[in-house]
Design a protein around this ligand. Structure first.
Ligand code: NAP
Length: 260
């Protein structure tokens, strides 16, 4: 799984999604993170086909939405996602949120699709430790990835530690705090020291912490900028400075208490 990819939450189906995914692939991105919820799988699929990059070099993630878990229509939802994307397999399929009383059943469907080779890797999203433990008590195949809200104000140290021990790869959503982290004075100061942008410092902090990261942008210049993080390294001291910013602060919903 690539360490770095493009997120496409709130990217409009049509030109916006088509152009941003194509710009990303042109800039060297090989991983794209979408979801049934985002309603842009068709444009993501079109961008993949028009990119000129062979399918097998790309890593495509999509997710099953909560309503399909509640309606017991996970298999149908997977088929629809695949059809919209125009693919015959996805690289990673995630349980989007831990819908209580449903996620274990959902997982059984993902295991079946995984065993049939229609999904290369299966994982979860927004799972806390207790939800992972509960799921693993019935799982035949362990979740391979847990994609969670993660940025310097919500660094998730316990969850990261737990996942590392379990061999579950952590992936950050909202790595830039949905843009809210970009004015942070401590990170700004670090950025000027390395002559990089604030976004680049945060994304580099992800990489050095072995966190898979998928920043979203629809602007080509930012898409290029965000990926340009492989030729500098933050010092241990600066990593610590960013680690110290953690406030366990969520911008999104709490996985123990969501209403959608
Ligand atoms: N599993 C889940 O429940 C879940 C939830 C949320 C998100 N996600 C995934 O995670 C991805 C990333 O999270 P996110 O989209 O919520 O937030 P994000 O990547 O933290 O931030 C995106 C915001 O930052 C701006 N931005 C990006 N690069 C920038 C730069 N270099 N300079 C200044 N501004 C910049 C973007 O604006 P412009 O587009 O205008 O550049 C956008 O407003 C999503 O797209 C989605 O794939 C998953």
């Amino acid at each position: 799984m690539p360490w770095f990819g493009l997120g496409v939450y709130k990217v409009q189906e049509g030109e916006e999604a088509l152009q941003s995914v194509k710009a990303a692939i042109k800039a060297g991105y090989r991983s794209i993170d979408t979801a049934a919820l985002y309603q842009n799988e068709e444009s993501v699929g079109q961008a993949i086909r028009e990119s000129g990059v062979p399918r097998e070099e790309l890593f495509i993630t999509t997710k099953v939405w909560n309503t399909d878990q509640r309606n017991d229509s996970v298999l149908e939802a997977f088929e629809i996602s695949l059809k919209k994307l125009g693919l015959d397999y996805v690289d990673l399929y995630l349980v989007h949120w831990p819908v209580k009383e449903k996620y274990k059943q959902t997982w059984k469907v993902l295991e079946k699709l995984y065993k049939e080779g229609r999904i290369r890797a299966i994982g979860v999203s927004n799972f806390k430790i207790h939800q992972l433990e509960d799921l693993m008590s019935v799982a035949e195949v362990k979740p391979m990835v847990n994609q969670v809200e993660l940025h310097p104000l919500l660094a998730q140290p316990e969850l990261r530690n737990y996942c590392k021990k379990q061999g579950i790869q952590i992936e950050a959503w909202a790595p830039l705090g949905q843009g809210r982290m970009l004015e942070h004075p401590v990170i700004n100061e670090i950025a000027s020291k390395y002559n990089t942008s604030t976004a680049q410092v945060i994304l580099r902090w992800d990489l050095q912490n072995e966190i898979v990261t998928i920043p979203k942008s629809v602007k080509e210049s930012r898409i290029i900028e965000n990926a340009d993080i492989f030729d500098f390294a933050l010092s241990a001291e600066d990593i610590e400075k960013i680690n110290a910013l953690n406030e366990n602060k969520r911008f999104g919903a709490d996985p123990d208490n969501f209403t959608f």
